[in-house]
Design a protein around this ligand. Structure first.
Ligand code: ITT
Length: 192
């Protein structure tokens, strides 16, 4: 079986890929396994464009088929922000959360969704993408220590706990990343 390269510098994503992909029988290498990858500038204007930029850059540099995830939080009352700028919204997870909560102070509409687009790319330049989302609401103050990023302020629909309070196994069964990888399953299996 051919292994794919997971093109991400985010350790939390690697952990989640491992759990979600286990039942698919898709194995992958991490950047550490191949001596590191350069992280390209995410100059696209959509999750799809940025996921393709990351997957293509890693595939071209490594000579291996690679996949990447571009993801983020879309908040309706902020016209979809932070969106593709989620990792660039402030300098740390806690500062990003503070900024979102400040911008939502006194705002009643708390509806939001996490979005994840997975791109697969070959060194020759072909590529495919798949998208997954999870709907929920932004609460008033962070809760929980699990997960990463905006997880402490996001409560998925159908639950009373944040992604940072829910067991990792629950997040990894309903998340945007799980849904994107499920949508990409046929592509992942045919490329691996
Ligand atoms: P790579 O580009 O190297 O994969 P990154 O963290 O910079 O790592 P993105 O550009 O896709 O990845 O930015 C995604 C950001 O969106 C991430 O840093 C978080 O702030 C947020 N995010 C994405 N998925 C999340 C999740 O499951 N839980 C919480 N926050 C998430």
């Amino acid at each position: 079986m051919k292994k794919l390269l997971a093109a991400t510098g985010n350790e939390h994503k690697i952990c989640e890929f491992r759990t979600i992909l286990e039942p698919f029988g898709v194995e992958f290498l991490t950047p550490a396994d191949v001596g590191g990858i350069l992280e390209p500038e995410e100059s696209g204007s959509t999750f799809e464009e940025n996921a393709i930029i990351k997957a293509l850059s890693a595939a071209t540099a490594s000579g291996m088929d690679a996949f990447a995830d571009d993801s983020g939080l879309e908040i309706d009352a902020l016209d979809g922000a932070p969106g593709i700028f989620s990792s660039r919204y402030a300098d740390s997870d806690s500062a990003r959360i503070e900024r979102v909560l400040r911008e939502l102070r006194d705002v009643d509409n708390r509806r939001a969704r996490f979005v994840c687009v997975v791109a697969l790319a070959s060194p020759a330049g072909s590529h495919e993408t798949a998208r997954g989302t999870v709907e929920g609401v932004i609460i008033d103050a962070p809760r929980g220590d699990g997960g990463f990023g905006y997880d402490p302020i996001f409560v998925p629909d159908g639950y009373n706990a944040t992604f940072a309070e829910l067991p990792a196994a629950v997040k990894d069964s309903i998340s945007h990343r799980a849904n994107a990888l499920k949508a990409a399953r046929r592509i992942l299996e045919s490329w691996s």
